[in-house]
Design a protein around this ligand. Structure first.
Ligand code: SAM
Length: 224
């Protein structure tokens, strides 16, 4: 672990890092992260609040793991790997303009339903490896890139999209070891991905996402 990279043990109380619009609330007697918005995936609700399940969301797991994501309420966000909108729906509940990139048409159909009640959530049926195809839509200087793409070359995807990030913006990335190489030890994959990330970003913090997601590493970084 390079000097200056925070780990969970020194990241402190995760609640200090909750963005405005994200709260810890009680659903059916259980504490959970929560955002305010229309339900998306049958999650428990309490009035306008809906539970944000860390077992279904790497970003929720990252927050639960205690990393300071640097995310703030009303941030403009570029979200890479939106799938059917489980996580990006929560992001759009608290963030500002939220651009949701997903290249598979099937989940994008469900994503469109999530967008219906979220006027600041913009779905983009695009390949995150080809940001030139959406530079005309996504503004430059977004406050955060949140990335959860299950593909080989996750560091390269982040590097190619860094052009959209404000100088003081944050990359919040979930690295899936098996998408890089099913046969290698996850720890070796994570070292390689982080080394490649450091060519473009300064890595501020990282943590494994067990027990919520096996063989995933969460990384928070900012542009160099
Ligand atoms: N982030 C989602 C959530 O928490 O609700 C789950 C994302 S799922 C683990 C990974 C997604 O990345 C899949 O829907 C896959 O189609 C998408 N994906 C993989 N490679 C991609 C690429 N190059 N461009 C856009 N999406 C990609």
């Amino acid at each position: 672990m390079p000097a200056g990279v925070a780990t969970v043990s020194d990241a402190g109380n995760s609640d200090r890092a909750l963005p405005d619009g994200v709260q810890r609330r009680t659903f059916d007697g259980e504490q959970s992260l929560a955002t305010r918005g229309e339900p998306v995936y049958g999650e428990p609700t309490d009035g306008p609040w809906r539970a944000w399940d860390p077992h279904r969301s790497k970003l929720a797991a990252t927050i639960e793991s205690g990393l300071d994501t640097g995310l703030a309420g009303d941030d403009n966000v570029l979200y890479l790997g939106a799938a059917n909108g489980t996580t990006v729906g929560h992001v759009a509940d608290f963030a500002g303009r939220t651009y949701a990139v997903e290249f598979a048409p099937r989940p994008v159909r469900d994503l469109l339903d999530v967008c219906e009640t979220r006027p600041r959530l913009f779905p983009l049926l695009k390949d995150a490896r080809e940001p030139a195809t959406y530079t005309h839509v996504v503004e430059s200087g977004v406050d955060a890139i949140v990335q959860d793409v299950a593909t080989r070359g996750q560091a390269a995807v982040a590097a190619r999209n860094a052009q959209f990030l404000a100088d003081d913006g944050r990359l919040v990335l979930a690295v899936k070891a098996r998408s890089e190489d099913v046969a290698r030890e996850p720890e070796a994959v994570f070292e390689e991905v982080c080394a490649e990330l450091r060519e473009t970003f300064e890595v501020l913090a990282e943590t494994r996402l067990e027990p919520y997601h096996d063989d995933h590493l969460a990384v928070v970084a900012r542009p160099r």
